[in-house]
Design a protein around this ligand. Structure first.
Ligand SMILES: Nc1ncnc2c1ncn2[C@@H]1O[C@H](COP(=O)(O)OP(=O)(O)OP(=O)(O)O)[C@@H](O)[C@H]1O
Ligand SMILES: [Mg+2]
Length: 432
């Protein structure tokens, strides 16, 4: 545990609803301000009784509204709340939270938070600090021939093209040759959840994909876990987008225990520190993605200053033996975290989806899934009657966290769970 010398905040602003995180902050003698968007209020069932203990709850339509964030900044400023006390833990609130902290005077660099979301600015800064990244080019206008020419001339194909500020691997695709670039871009529709049409193109990196989840305090990791995706996220897309021999990839990741991979942990930490310096990350929660090439070189992919999404929070809870949201709250409020006690020696997570697109006709209950030996937690995102159309790799259905004490047993468990927990669908009709 690391002792901190930085003054601890007395006021904290939380962007978006999360019961454990907000509940845990309210348990402390802190002034807690909460900003909820319309999605929270309409779909996430905020606990208004709990929220009555907050200093103030602001309701806005969305975090991307300059006007609404400015109004919140104005009121917080009247109350003397500073910009270094804002917790934002979802992709949807990142720009708004960053703008809010800029307005409240947190950083001399108004673009800092943009570099946590825009993959081009992020890569430029990380690359300038000497961290290996894929060669890349900006594609601000997919209809601009000059922009396309720059991509064709500067990059070696195959390449990956994706929204500059995307998430969840949505709207991400590969282009195998320079000739394919223009036709593929011309056929692109709007990307769900992404507002900007600006893109980034990157050379394709071959290697194992890792994610690193960490809590930082004064530039030191209170917690840092390295995990490996079972399959690269783009391979998941290949599986669901069909093709004659397409099979569903295992969608999830496994935490690598530090004692099993000490050298990898050492190199990841070294890279992470350089990335943090390049982007000004000191006290934050981070989700970093890195490729490990076959020769062992680590190549930076991207970083987010928030908790990871999907199955990862529940997997981190099992890997730490804590509720990760409470741990996050404790690190933000007190600069320390509870002792880490992994549930099992080997812990991982899986996203379970049906084997074909369709309307869900049967989905095992939480009790049924938890009865499967080795399943530690479950979270349902869909129910019977919902449609899963395989339009992108982050169409979440069911997450499970799994664990075993023995490596071979864990490997067997992973495949058994993916095979045995079935979500049944019927084909979509013409009206779907
Ligand atoms: N340069 C690259 N080389 C190989 N694969 C890549 C590259 N860029 C992206 N990918 C694949 O596409 C996925 C999505 O890309 P990236 O992580 O940059 O965007 P994202 O949509 O923000 O991600 P997330 O799913 O983590 O929210 C990656 O996880 C990886 O599998
Ligand atoms: Mg990513």
């Amino acid at each position: 545990m690391i002792e901190t010398t930085m003054p601890r905040p007395e006021q904290i602003v939380v962007c978006k609803w999360h019961p454990e995180l907000i509940g845990s902050l309210l348990d402390r003698s802190l002034e807690v301000y909460v900003i909820l968007d319309a999605f929270d209020v309409e779909h996430m069932h905020p606990d208004w009784k709990l929220l009555a203990n907050a200093e103030r709850v602001y309701r806005i339509s969305e975090f991307d509204s300059l006007e609404e964030i400015s109004a919140v900044a104005s009121d917080l400023s009247l109350r003397g709340v500073a910009g270094d006390r804002i917790i934002s833990f979802t992709e949807f609130s990142q720009f708004g939270a960053g703008y809010l902290s800029t307005l409240l005077g947190d950083s001399a660099d108004p673009l800092r938070h943009v570099a946590y979301r825009d993959k081009r600015l992020m890569k430029q800064r990380v690359e300038a600090a000497g961290v290996p990244t894929a060669a890349w080019a900006s594609l601000p206008d997919r209809a601009d021939e000059q922009d396309l020419r720059a991509v064709r001339e500067r990059l070696t194909f195959p390449i990956v093209v994706k929204p500059a500020t995307g998430g969840g691997t949505i709207g991400t695709f590969t282009v195998d040759s320079p000739e394919e670039l223009a036709p593929k871009l011309a056929g692109l529709g709007a990307t769900p959840f992404v507002k900007t049409s600006q893109l980034i193109a990157e050379e394709f990196v071959v290697g194992r994909e890792l994610h690193i989840d960490a809590l930082w305090e004064e530039g030191e990791p209170l917690l840092l876990l390295v995990s490996a995706y079972h399959e690269n996220r783009l391979a998941v897309l290949d599986g669901i987008s069909g093709g004659a021999d397409a099979t569903l990839a295992l969608d999830g990741s496994s935490v690598l225990a530090q004692e099993d991979a000490p050298e990898l942990y050492r190199r990841v930490l070294e890279l992470h520190r350089r990335v943090n310096r390049a982007l000004g990350i000191e006290r934050a929660v981070t989700h970093l993605e890195v490729f490990e090439r076959h020769d062992g070189e680590l190549v930076f992919s991207e970083i987010a200053t928030r908790l990871a999404g999907a199955w990862i929070p529940m997997m981190l809870s099992e890997a730490t033996g804590t509720d990760i949201y409470r741990t996050l709250a404790e690190s933000m409020a007190d600069g320390k975290i509870p002792a880490v006690r992994p549930a099992r020696r080997h812990v991982g997570g899986l996203h379970l989806r049906p084997s074909a697109p369709g309307r869900i006709t049967a989905i095992p209950s939480a009790e049924e899934i938890l009865a499967v030996d080795g399943v530690l937690r479950v979270q349902h995102l869909r129910k019977v009657g919902d449609v899963v159309d395989f339009s992108h790799p982050s169409e979440w259905c069911v997450f499970v966290a799994i664990g075993a004490d023995d490596a071979a047993e864990y490997e067997e468990l992973l495949h058994r769970v993916a095979r045995e927990i079935r979500i049944e669908v019927e084909p979509l009709g013409a009206g779907d």
